[in-house]
Design a binder for this molecule. Structure first.
Ligand code: GLC
Length: 595
């Protein structure tokens, strides 16, 4: 096979040089130190308090979708008891924090992103005491807790909305939401033409007490998720109070849902064709930053400051970075990288852009391959269209899972080697594919609001397989319990038990990768220097002696002679790196760059 010659002499771009300078700042270098327990597992953190403040800059954060993680009560639905039982698994994996999807009481019109009570736990998951115990037990193992908050909307069952519905138009209770009269004769047309993120209309008409048609209310998502009016002081105070409620219980940070949406233009104009930055009526309005500055103030009240992580879907990189200014959020999800196709030039450009856009605000990048909304990586990378867009999801898309798995393994090492924090969505460490569920099981409103064209997001929310046998493959503590979504029979092979016994499994790859990342200071804080490994590879150094090379081409890439292999995502071909593989190397320091 032909191969590209890899030169390990760095070509340091101006951006990388600046990155090196930024990373050299002492405040960027901090992480929790981990002391191995007797059996060698990194089960207990010994933290230098001086470093604890900056843990989030390089953290590995594991996303727990509670309903599908582990079922401790035995009813087929995941719960907090299940998570508590599996904390040793998470500690052994080597994660620094857990992000929990919404765990609050909710009618589940959108999987809990319709919160009915922010100060309690959904009874199907457990109760508040269990949540407090879980937070404390995880922390004992050196694992912090991040919870989801959803400022844009609440559940239609929330007392505020019920009160608003029962009140007259123009009443104070309605002011916390966006109630408007309809347009046209009889007010039977919606107040605006805005389109929902879930497709379809953004307004629902209410019915008056006497049965006549009433006002309309705004919901950027489903009608069960009325949008809050962030110009109202009650809305601001309530959320700041909710933050304190959870921070007081030891929560280390919040993931802020739909973070660019909460502020609306109260004049409700039609959607402009191509709005200038800040001019869109409900996306990324300039006033939104006041909210997060206030939240940052709350987070900074704590001795160990709490962190804010934004779900900010914005195409404009400069506008994205504004959320990460020093007095706003700590980090935000880097969806730009996640949605890119499996192509070397495109991914490399995305990495470079990401580092460049974060640099001026001093915030670390985040690396994300998926979450509870996104097609699983092994499926995505095994398709012709390896990028991601919500409106491109279809039933019956042909998928090469073997290819996808190879690439997902390579992507896992690539992202774990990049500077910043790393997110792992539960089950990605097992290489679970997206499940094409029978329509009768689908609950996701995205499916229904697309008229059944979009399979929706439940295919990445299927309960985890823990053991090889049993009705729920060990997901449920009760062996005969049926999981709330069916697991494919082949998942027996992907179970934790099976993968623990296989040194080449995806799980072992993740464990080894996270362990190396923890051990090697250069992997966490070393400057990134690009290396030249040809147009089809992404190759870089971190610090002086660590290098990562990903081959996205069709030909082997030759490895340098002066390097030893630390870890590879697949078998090497002699001294060459095969297509769709990543290798981590210990290399000689480069005399041309000072790292
Ligand atoms: C975010 C969540 C998604 C939810 C939506 C509405 O995008 O990740 O799951 O449906 O917000 O809250």
């Amino acid at each position: 096979m032909d191969s590209e010659v890899l030169s390990l002499t760095g070509r340091e771009s101006p951006a990388a040089a600046a990155d090196r300078a930024a990373n050299a700042a002492p405040s960027h270098g901090a992480t929790a130190g981990i002391v191995a327990s007797d059996d060698g597992n990194p089960l207990r953190a010994a933290e230098d308090p001086a470093l604890a403040h900056d843990w989030w800059r390089t953290a590995v954060i594991y996303q727990v979708y509670v309903r599908s993680f582990a079922d401790g009560s035995g009813d087929g639905t995941g719960d907090l008891a299940g998570v508590r039982e599996r904390l040793p698994y998470l500690a052994q994996l080597g994660v620094d924090a857990l992000w929990f999807n919404p765990w609050y009481p909710s009618p589940l019109a959108d999987a809990g992103y319709d919160v009915a009570d922010y100060r309690d736990i959904h009874p199907m998951f457990g109760d508040l005491r269990q949540a407090e115990e879980l937070i404390a037990e995880a922390r004992e193992l050196g694992i912090r807790t991040i919870i989801d908050v959803v400022p844009n909307h609440i559940s239609h069952e929330h007392p505020w909305f019920q009160e608003a519905l029962a009140s007259e138009p123009g009443s104070p209770a309605r002011e916390r939401f966006w109630f408007r009269d309809g347009l046209g004769e009889g007010g039977d047309q919606m107040p605006t033409d805005w389109v929902s993120s879930f497709q379809g209309p953004t307004w629902t008409r209410t019915t008056n007490a006497d049965g006549t048609p009433g006002q309309w209310y705004l919901h950027l998502f489903t009608p069960e998720q009325p949008d809050l009016n962030w110009n109202h002081p009650d809305v601001r105070h309530e959320h700041e109070d909710v933050l304190r409620f959870w921070f007081d219980r030891g929560v280390a940070g919040v993931r802020i849902d739909s973070a660019a949406l909460p502020v609306k233009d109260p004049s409700f104009p039609p959607l402009p064709h191509d709005p200038a930055p800040g001019e869109h009526p409900h996306l990324d309005r300039d006033e939104i930053h006041d909210i997060y500055r206030a939240w940052r103030g709350v987070a900074d009240e704590y001795d160990e400051p709490r962190i804010l992580v934004g779900e900010v879907w914005l195409a404009d990189a400069a506008r994205f970075a504004r959320y990460l200014r020093p007095d706003e959020m700590h980090t935000a999800f880097n969806f730009e990288f996640m949605t890119q196709p499996w192509e070397a030039q495109v991914l490399r450009a995305s990495i470079e852009r990401t580092l460049t856009e974060h640099r001026p605000v001093g915030a670390p990048a985040t690396w994300v391959l998926s979450n509870h909304d996104i097609t699983r990586p092994v499926t995505r990378y095994g398709r012709e269209d390896t990028g991601f867009a919500f409106d491109r999801k279809r039933f019956g898309t042909s998928t090469d899972l073997e290819l996808g798995t190879r690439r997902a393994r390579a992507a896992a090492l690539l992202t774990a080697a990049l500077p910043g924090s790393l997110y792992i969505y539960q089950g990605d460490e097992l290489g679970l594919p997206e499940v094409e569920l029978d329509r009768s099981f689908i609950e996701d409103p995205m499916h229904f609001r697309s008229g059944g064209v979009d399979p929706g997001r439940d295919g990445c929310r299927v309960p985890l397989p823990w053991s090889e046998h049993g009705a729920s493959l060990g997901f449920s503590a009760q062996p005969s319990a049926q999981p709330w979504l069916p697991q494919p029979a082949q998942w027996s092979h992907l179970s934790v038990a099976r993968q623990e016994a296989d040194p080449h499994s995806m799980l072992q790859l993740y464990r080894e990768a996270l362990s190396l990342r923890r051990e090697r200071e250069d992997m966490r804080t070393g400057a990134l220097t690009w290396l030249d490994a040809g147009p089809d590879a992404i190759a870089f150094r971190r610090g002086a002696t660590f290098a990562s090379i990903t081959n996205l081409g069709e030909r082997n890439v030759a490895l340098p002679g002066n390097a030893s292999v630390l870890l590879a995502s697949g078998p090497l071909d002699g001294t060459e790196l095969p297509p769709d593989c990543t290798v981590w190397l210990d290399v000689e320091p480069d005399p041309h760059t000072s790292a």
